[in-house]
Design a protein. Structure first.
Length: 373
């Protein structure tokens, strides 16, 4: 098979995660395709050059537009702040490169729609960074649901909480500003929760929501000036799925003590499944058909019977971590590029998630139910 040349744009938290995924996908999965780490791109030349060398990239670049016409590149990972996703993704799609872009898609619905429109006519693939749904535990939960073990799915409960904005002294940053960060907790965390809901239950059709900004002013780093936080710290919504099931979505970036809680429950007429990302190798399963004296939640600890766990280690219970989810996501993208199948979550599916998170903000402002289809 023809080798695939890769560029990663951004060398921060997610840039490193993508770079590791690209270098691990072949050793972990034995992918037949040769992956060539061609270019690492960020704005600081010295840092980018050093990280390119450490990560095994052939070259470093500071101007992303120089990558557009590079024939050595087939795929681009976009891991820059949200305000850059739209322009970068559209330019690379138009240049005929496959695009793996971090979530959220963009700052506004209009931008996300423009990205999905370009992707629809491009002859290349798109994927968004909804890594949490790559978890073998989640794949197993979906299998249990699809096999009917929980009966008819009647309710979804989701809570996503972190505490990175809980302290009022956390400085003002690009994340606090509509022009650079877009939505607050909705764009940062709720979108992941919606990816769980869509993956496990199906599309959300309607929302009725409330949002709040807890710390309205924050100090500008290195000065005594305070600036307004323009987006929400907390958001919660009642939802209705296309299927008729009901649900609740809750999110906070100001929840002291929570580091990466993504707690989800799928309730059925015959049982319930619960999962929490802070205990990402476990599922809790309750089956109402068990004999009454033995009913109770049981813990399923993931292992090689829960693919693709076994690609990483043959030993059950030894546990996967956050970065491994990105390797699984990377494998999915390579498989789709080779087979021609549509990746999940591609830009069209991602636009549905954007409509829900922006719908939650709109519903909160209008204090009413909103159709988000
Ligand atoms: N999927 C997930 O679980 C997850 C987790 C965290 C962040 N994210 C998303 O990833 C994206 C990046 O977040 P992060 O936490 O990695 O941010 P970060 O600040 O750690 O990294 C962003 C990088 O982009 C670089 N950059 C900025 N402008 C650039 C330009 N014009 N050209 C090249 N590089 C440029 C910055 O210098 C920085 O190195 C965001 O969209 C965020 O929402 C996703």
């Amino acid at each position: 098979m023809r080798p695939l040349g890769v560029a990663v744009i951004g060398t921060g938290f997610m840039g490193k995660c993508h770079a590791m995924a690209w270098s691990h996908v072949v050793p972990v999965f034995g992918v037949e395709t040769e992956i060539r780490l061609e270019t690492l791109c960020d704005t600081n030349e010295a840092v980018t050059r050093q990280k390119a060398q450490e990560g095994g990239f052939a070259r470093a670049e500071t101007d992303w537009t120089k990558l557009l016409d590079d024939p050595r590149l087939d795929i681009v990972s976009i891991t820059t702040p949200n305000n850059l996703h739209r322009d970068m993704a559209i330019a690379f799609l138009e240049a005929g490169k496959h695009v793996w872009c971090e979530k959220p898609m963009a700052l506004t619905i209009e931008d996300a729609e423009a990205m999905a429109k370009t992707a629809a006519t491009a002859r290349v693939k798109t994927l968004l960074g909804y890594n949490y749904i790559r978890n073998p535990a989640l794949a197993h939960a979906k299998k249990i649901i699809q096999e009917g073990a929980l009966g008819r799915i009647i309710h979804f409960r989701g809570q996503v909480d972190e505490d990175y904005q809980a302290d009022e002294n956390v400085p003002w940053s690009w994340r606090s500003r509509l022009e650079t960060g877009g939505l607050g907790v909705l764009g940062d965390l709720t979108c992941h929760l919606v990816s769980f809901a869509h993956y496990l239950v199906g599309d959300v059709a309607q929302v009725c929501a409330d949002i709040d900004t807890v710390h309205r002013m924050r100090l500008v780093p290195g000065s005594s000036e305070k600036r307004a936080v323009e987006n929400e710290d907390i958001a919660h919504a009642m939802v209705r799925f296309e299927s008729g099931a009901t649900g609740v979505l809750m999110a906070s970036r100001a929840a002291h003590g929570r580091k990466n809680m993504i707690r989800t429950e799928v309730h059925g007429t015959k049982g319930m499944i619960a999962f929490d990302q802070e205990r990402m190798n476990e599922l809790q399963l309750y089956l109402a058909d068990d004999p009454p004296e033995r009913r109770g939640f049981k813990t399923i600890l993931t292992g090689s019977r829960h693919p693709p766990y076994g690609a990483f280690t043959p030993a059950p219970g030894h546990q996967l971590g956050f970065n491994e989810l990105k390797v699984i996501e990377c494998k999915h993208f390579v498989d789709c590029i080779e087979s021609g199948d549509e990746p999940y979550v591609n830009f069209a599916e991602g636009l549905k998630i954007e409509k829900i998170i922006h719908g939650i903000a709109t519903s909160a402002a209008s204090r009413s139910w909103l159709d988000v289809r």
